[in-house]
Design a protein around this ligand. Structure first.
Ligand SMILES: NC(=O)c1ccc[n+]([C@@H]2O[C@H](COP(=O)([O-])OP(=O)(O)OC[C@H]3O[C@@H](n4cnc5c(N)ncnc54)[C@H](OP(=O)(O)O)[C@@H]3O)[C@@H](O)[C@H]2O)c1
Length: 328
């Protein structure tokens, strides 16, 4: 872990993988992506990033190149790795045997997980020992541009926005965590150490998941979400999900639950839509349609944990799609 140029393997070269690759390259890391075969040619051609700012909706392109591209665990096994970053969804983590094989192919590397489902860490601990696992919470929005044909940012490329004052939270065993934080800081990525990111992220993630389900149920329209009936249902689901996260991780929702009031939600949404350098409604629709399976996986987890905890979940159940209804 004392080598000067950390060798980093990023699993997944989507929006999140590209943004972390940009910062890790800036920090002087040797970066390689592990991608599906169908994405290899595009990755080998290099990527283009656009860093959005509050007043910067059409920034200049930043090329992302100078990285390796691998397509199989067999290729991964031939090299030595200091870090492995999981830049795929919670659903992708559970797909096939890939993760298990990768864990067996990457020696003593530090693994970095970024996924939002309540039981992702437990899932990973089947193959990665806790002594080598760092957990992170993503502080930025990233998407493939343009979001729509009318988007001012024409792309093509990956746009990202680091909201002012936001910090990526990371936790893990100090001998693994600190070199990683040093690297990210050297690359200009805003980070903060946290005692337990799974715990810290659990209540915000639960509330966000409920909000996404509520928004999806009204066809991704803020105007319809803010109507009294759908807002009450969504806020009810957010409270239920937060209580389940509290039961699962011990995190306290006390500071966030009072914010779940219609007047505050309306004001926050109005502010967020004014400040964000992206059409938030469109971003949420496109992003959470892309990771829709992950949202359903998270909902399934909340419903199952709610049942184990003896907590009522009428609002979450009301937002569950029919294919989950049978399993409630
Ligand atoms: N984007 C954001 O703003 C944001 C913010 C916070 C958190 N997150 C979270 O970050 C995670 C990734 O999001 P994202 O926006 O980067 O998604 P994305 O753009 O879809 O990127 C994920 C990439 O990983 C690929 N992939 C899936 N399984 C793989 C495997 N086994 N090996 C190699 N590559 C694989 C996917 O390919 P296919 O598409 O072909 O499957 C896709 O190209 C999600 O959990 C998301 O919720 C994202």
């Amino acid at each position: 872990m004392t080598n000067e140029q950390p060798r980093v393997l990023l699993v997944g070269a989507g929006a999140v993988g590209q943004v972390f690759a940009h910062y890790l390259r800036s920090a002087g890391c040797a970066v390689t992506f592990l991608v599906k075969e169908k994405h290899a040619a595009q990755a080998r051609a290099g990527f283009t990033l656009y860093e959005l700012g509050v007043r910067q909706r059409t920034p200049a392109p930043t090329p992302l190149s100078g990285f390796g591209v691998l397509v199989s665990e067999r290729e991964v096994q031939k090299e030595r790795w200091d870090q492995v970053w999981l830049c795929v969804s919670s659903t992708a983590l559970r797909s096939g045997e890939g993760l298990k094989k990768l864990a067996a192919s990457t020696g003593d590397a530090t693994w970095v997980m970024l996924q939002p489902a309540l039981d992702d860490r437990e899932w990973l601990l089947q193959w990665i020992p806790a002594e080598r696992l760092v957990t992170g919470m993503i502080p930025f929005l990233a998407f493939h541009a343009p979001l729509t044909p009318e988007d001012a940012l024409k792309g093509p490329g990956t746009a990202f926005w680091m909201p002012p004052l936001s910090r990526g939270l990371f936790s893990g065993p100090s001998e693994r965590l600190w070199p990683l934080l040093r690297t990210l800081r050297a690359g200009g990525f805003p980070v903060k150490e946290d005692a337990d990111v799974t715990r810290a992220a659990s209540i915000p993630s639960a509330m966000l998941c409920a909000a996404v389900l509520g928004l999806e149920a009204v066809g991704w329209s803020f105007e319809r979400l803010l109507r009294p009936e759908s807002l009450e249902r969504t806020l009810g689901a957010a409270r239920e999900a937060a209580r389940i996260a509290e039961w699962a991780t011990g995190a306290s929702p006390a500071s966030l639950l009072p914010l779940l009031r219609p007047v505050l939600i309306k004001a926050s949404l109005a502010l967020a839509t004014r400040v964000a350098p992206v059409d938030l409604e469109t971003f949420l629709r496109v992003h959470f349609t892309k990771v829709g399976e992950q949202t359903r996986l998270m909902l399934r987890t909340y419903l199952a944990m709610g049942q184990s905890a003896g907590l009522d979940t009428p609002h979450l159940q009301a937002l569950a799609p029919p294919d989950l209804a049978a399993k409630k």
